[in-house]
Design a protein around this ligand. Structure first.
Ligand SMILES: Cc1cc2nc3c(=O)[nH]c(=O)nc-3n(C[C@H](O)[C@H](O)[C@H](O)COP(=O)(O)OP(=O)(O)OC[C@H]3O[C@@H](n4cnc5c(N)ncnc54)[C@H](O)[C@@H]3O)c2cc1C
Length: 430
């Protein structure tokens, strides 16, 4: 498919991947419909029903930031005028854990952005409002794609207000339905077999709440991350800025968190507890249970319908502990940008997304696989864990190991380059 053959595109899902793809396609002069099952207020131009992860803190990794600004160069200035907090990973984020305290070395390796998902969604909606070829069709549920001769020509939708089914026709259809969407019935309806579903359970509770504090005004660092990596029951917490003096604290545990203060006291370091004690306005709390990481492996399938693609979390969603989801959606869109310029077919595009998401999958599942391992695998993971802890210790005195660790957390290098120092050297030289 070539960009010149697309006049109209329908995007299912107005989350991060869907809204960003809509802006991208609209700027290519394509007419875009965004279908979302959530309620929408046309006057305020905002979704009324919220996504459940909306008030959890979101970090955009360095790789995601770089690729986003390549696709949308004007966003850099707009992020600045929106005052989205920009943090340098090697000087602004203090990482406290049993292995010590970081940053150890300063560098110009930065910068990442932190947001609440709601503020990011509102930013994208403000951009969409300025574009006259995007229409948001809310309160409408995607039911199934309709095909003719292995080509998707339209989608069946359900209008939840008028309670009726109808069809919408387009030249291209993007499925951006996020992590809770049941994709397998769609594949079945399309007659696609030979795929495999891979699921790595996590069962993690995320608890987030907003605070206001002046704590960082007198500090060199602007955010705190406290981990207890290596413990039997890993607990962790982050405290990241989202706007002027407003911060989100996110606490993560394999057990339900009863009391935010008691939980902070049990962390390896008490700094977050000290901030909480002096903070104002602890707002509403948001709890999200992550059941695990899930992907649909399609590397063996032989056919995929024309005019239909899936982006974002809909086919691969991760335990968000390493904050990779937004960046993955951007990488998927970057691939779409290349794909529309070439005549690759849809199957190749979809398979290539699996490949480029693999690095994030490995990083996002390694800790859960370690926790779930039994027998020989457990031995293997415990050796691996000791080696990683050794490397984290080395990162305190060795700049190469340190930079590689930061690159790994920012999706710039793969987990294997951190594990095998020779790869790390090669990566750093490149
Ligand atoms: C607690 C938590 C913390 C996270 N932290 C980070 C982080 O720090 N950094 C990071 O990069 N990522 C993070 N993520 C992941 C990030 O939120 C996702 O990767 C990202 O939102 C994926 O965007 P998406 O558009 O694919 O899906 P979503 O944002 O979930 O959007 C999906 C949309 O599709 C709509 N939809 C679904 N089904 C249908 C249907 N049948 N019909 C019509 N509409 C439908 C939904 O209403 C929704 O609007 C976190 C996730 C969670 C849960």
């Amino acid at each position: 498919m070539n960009i010149n053959s697309i006049n109209r595109c329908t995007i299912i899902g107005g989350g991060f991947a869907g809204l960003l793809s809509a802006i991208y396609l609209s700027r290519k002069n394509i007419e875009v419909n965004i279908i979302d099952k959530r309620l929408f207020d046309q006057i305020e131009f905002r979704f009324i029903s919220k996504l459940s992860q909306q008030e959890h803190v979101h970090i955009l990794t360095r790789e995601g930031t770089d690729q986003l600004f390549e696709l949308f160069p004007d966003f850099k200035e707009k992020f600045g005028s929106h005052k989205f907090p920009e943090l340098n990973f090697t000087s602004d984020i203090k990482w406290n854990g049993p292995q010590g305290s970081f940053p150890q070395f300063k560098s110009d390796f930065g910068n990442v952005y932190t947001f609440s998902r709601k503020s990011l969604e509102n930013f994208l909606l403000d951009e969409i409002k300025k574009l006259n070829n995007i229409k948001i069709i809310a309160n409408t549920e995607f039911i199934k794609p309709l095909t003719c001769e292995e080509r998707v020509h339209s989608l069946e939708l359900y209008d939840k207000i008028n309670k009726n089914y109808y069809e919408i026709e387009s030249d291209l259809h993007l499925i951006c339905t996020g992590r809770n969407f049941k994709f397998i019935p769609i594949l079945n309806a399309l007659g696609i077999k030979d795929f495999k579903q891979e699921f790595v359970p996590s069962n993690l509770f995320y608890r987030s709440f907003k605070i206001k504090t002046n704590y960082f005004q007198t500090k060199k660092t602007k955010a705190i991350m406290t981990t207890t990596f290596g413990n039997k029951v890993p607990n962790g917490s982050v405290l990241y800025p989202i706007a002027n003096n407003e911060y989100i604290v996110t606490q993560v545990s394999r057990k339900f968190i009863d009391n935010i203060y008691d939980f902070s006291l049990k962390l390896h370091d008490r700094e977050i507890y000290n901030v909480l004690k002096s903070a104002e306005n602890i707002g509403k709390e948001y709890i999200y249970k992550i059941r695990g990481s899930k992907r649909i492996k399609i590397n063996k399938i032989k056919k995929w319908p024309k005019n239909l693609l899936s982006l974002g979390d809909s086919m691969i969603s991760l335990n968000p502990i390493f904050g990779q989801g937004l960046s993955l959606s951007i990488v998927h869109l970057k691939k779409l940008d290349q794909w529309l310029e070439t005549s690759e077919n849809e199957l190749e595009y979809q398979k290539s997304l699996m490949q480029i998401s693999d690095r994030a999958w490995k990083l996002g599942t390694i800790e859960d696989k370690r926790m779930n391992a039994t027998g020989l695998k457990k031995v293997f993971y415990s050796i691996g864990e000791k080696y990683i802890l050794f490397l984290i210790n080395r990162a305190k005195t060795n700049r190469i190991v340190y930079m590689n660790l930061i690159s790994l957390l920012n999706m710039k290098t793969s987990a294997s380059s951190f594990i095998f120092p020779i790869n790390a050297l090669r990566d750093i030289r490149n």
